[in-house]
Design a binder for this molecule. Structure first.
Ligand SMILES: [Zn+2]
Length: 98
């Protein structure tokens, strides 16, 4: 597949993952486990296991899209959290010591 088409697929998945950001919930007490609410089917939830690199959604089960948008959404939420943390630390470091 040409580069443009491949990247279009990647960007489209990223866009879908971005829309899922508010629907990503870490499972309390279970490191690396996340519940992601379905965008298309309200009430439906999928379990993403970061360690095992799995998701319980149909797309993942069919092996069509790996990583699926739920996995990308989980990693995107972690990435944004890390970025925010780094910015806070940078700001704290830049603050003049009185
Ligand atoms: Zn999935």
């Amino acid at each position: 597949m040409p580069l443009k088409e491949r990247l279009f697929q990647t960007l489209s998945k990223l866009e879908k993952a971005k829309a899922l950001l508010g629907k990503v919930h870490p499972v309390a007490g279970m490191d690396g486990l996340f519940v992601v609410e379905s965008e298309s089917q309200p009430g439906k939830r999928y379990l993403v296991d970061l360690e095992a690199e799995t998701c319980t959604c149909p797309a993942y089960a069919q092996g069509k899209t790996r990583p699926c948008k739920h996995q990308v959404a989980v990693v995107l939420s972690l990435w944004l959290r890390e970025k925010r943390r780094a910015q806070v630390e940078t700001r704290a470091a830049e603050r003049p010591v009185a």
